[in-house]
Design a protein around this ligand. Structure first.
Ligand code: XUL
Ligand code: CO
Length: 433
């Protein structure tokens, strides 16, 4: 045991009347909703990078957090892992996620990186064998090191593509070895700063080729998890190719990968793309590519990817409504891609941020379940489209411009506008929250 979280107790469900800040008020992991426990529905995951690698820096100032594991040595990486697993235990979170660069010291070349990663994966394996923690997903950090400044798969230099491919292979191997349930690709530098130096067509082809290689290798090693792309429109690059769910779907279709790859949707990325979280989730559900979620919240004024912990139950309700409509998570889960504010220095801040986030997610999921169970919202929505279920509606859909034109004349079709009833529906949603 380290002494990092020394006096912090294990967090338990105590219910709404509890006055204890170190308790769950909404998240009872064993509560059954639609035949599954909340633990099974929500599949909470801690993001290693934000909780253990982030040092509190922002573009205007450096490190504010003082953590005993900061540094680039193997001993420190192991101390970091010790503290991480202690936190998973305090919170009883079933999953975690990592990038290679979060968990291992940075080496001087590919072989040193791989050696460091493999040693840490063995260290994780030992810990996972004696705890309840599982890996939701692994990923490669192909954006922080300067070699990736002009992209990874989309780099103008084939050697960077090769270095990236080799790194993805080691990270997919590591994810497979730890029994990871998904493998994520987020293309932070897969985009451009200026079209003046960019061959967009070529870069898109390179990205497609890399993804095909990843899918081929996944099958070759028998990795049964899902491959997930995480859409984001910009930041760090000015324009990223995986802009949003619709763009990713078009890309997957183009490279025959729409049945192989799903999406990991992040609240903050949806906001940056000018969408709501539920828009992205709903579209992915309709397209059959909803894989997993990165749960956080963006500041609505700043225009940055602020990665704050979620705390807005009405928004979360609409998000989990889509997840439940999709039949719930399969390999996916709720990964808190969220970091402390740079003034939140204390170990307890790390715990309480997650406690609050888990609680609002549980509250949101339960509200969503009540709304779905009641069926009123779905019924009102169905009513709006009822005309399409009639013979006349079907004739229109199956007709052509000429037959429809005759029908409009013969039946004297003269549409009467009907209310969209938005306010009534908004009132209805608030009843479940
Ligand atoms: C960046 C982001 C990443 C991905 C994994 O905005 O969300 O942390 O989730 O690379
Ligand atoms: Co993310």
């Amino acid at each position: 045991m380290t002494d990092f979280f020394k006096d912090i107790p294990q967090i338990k469900y105590e219910g709404l009347q509890s006055d204890n800040d170190f308790s769950f008020r909404h998240y009872d992991p064993d509560e059954i909703v639609f035949g599954k426990t909340l633990r099974e529905h929500l599949r909470f995951s801690v993001a290693y990078w934000h909780s253990f690698a982030y040092d509190g820096g922002d573009p205007f100032g450096g490190q504010t957090f003082d953590r005993p594991w900061f540094g680039n040595e193997m001993d420190l990486a192991k101390l970091k892992a010790d503290v991480a697993f202690e936190m998973f235990n305090i919170l009883d979170t079933p999953f975690f996620c990592f990038h290679d660069a979060d968990i291992r010291p940075e080496g001087n070349n590919f072989s040193e990186n791989t050696r460091n990663l493999e040693e840490m994966i063995d260290y994780f394996s030992e810990k996972m064998a004696v705890t309840n923690t599982k890996l939701l997903w692994g990923t490669a950090n192909l954006f922080s090191n300067r070699r990736y400044m002009s992209g990874a798969a989309t780099n103008p230099d084939p050697d960077v593509f090769a270095f990236s491919a080799a790194t993805i292979k080691t990270c997919l191997d590591a994810t497979h070895k730890l029994g990871g349930q998904n493998y994520v690709l987020w293309g932070g530098r897969e985009g451009y700063e200026t079209l003046l130096n960019t061959d967009m067509g070529r870069e898109r082809e390179q990205a497609g080729r890399m993804l095909q290689m990843v899918v081929d290798y996944k099958h070759k090693i028998g990795f049964e998890g899902s491959i997930l792309i995480e859409p984001k429109p910009q930041e760090p690059t000015k324009h990223q190719y995986d802009y949003d769910v619709a763009t990713v779907y078009g890309f997957l279709k183009d490279f025959d990968l729409e049945n192989e790859v799903k999406v990991n949707i992040e609240q903050g990325h949806a906001i940056l793309a000018g969408h709501s979280f539920e828009h992205e989730l709903s579209l992915a559900r309709e397209l059959g590519i909803l894989g997993s979620i990165d749960m956080n919240r963006n500041d609505y004024q700043s225009g940055w990817d602020t990665d704050q912990f979620p705390n807005n139950v009405p928004e979360i309700t609409l998000a989990y409504y889509e997840v439940l409509k999709a039949g719930g998570f399969k390999t996916g889960g709720t990964n808190f891609d969220a970091k402390l504010r740079r003034q939140s220095l204390d170990p307890e801040d790390l715990i309480l941020s997650h406690v609050g986030a888990m609680d609002v997610c549980a509250a949101g999921l339960k509200s969503a379940a009540r709304m779905l169970d009641d069926g009123k919202l779905e019924a009102l929505r169905d009513q709006r489209y009822a005309g399409w279920n009639t013979k006349s509606g079907q004739d229109i859909l199956n007709g052509d411009l000429e037959s429809i034109s005759s029908k409009v004349l013969n039946d004297d079709i003269n549409p009467e506008p009907k209310s969209g009833r938005q306010e009534r529906l908004e009132n209805l949603v608030n009843k479940y929250i």
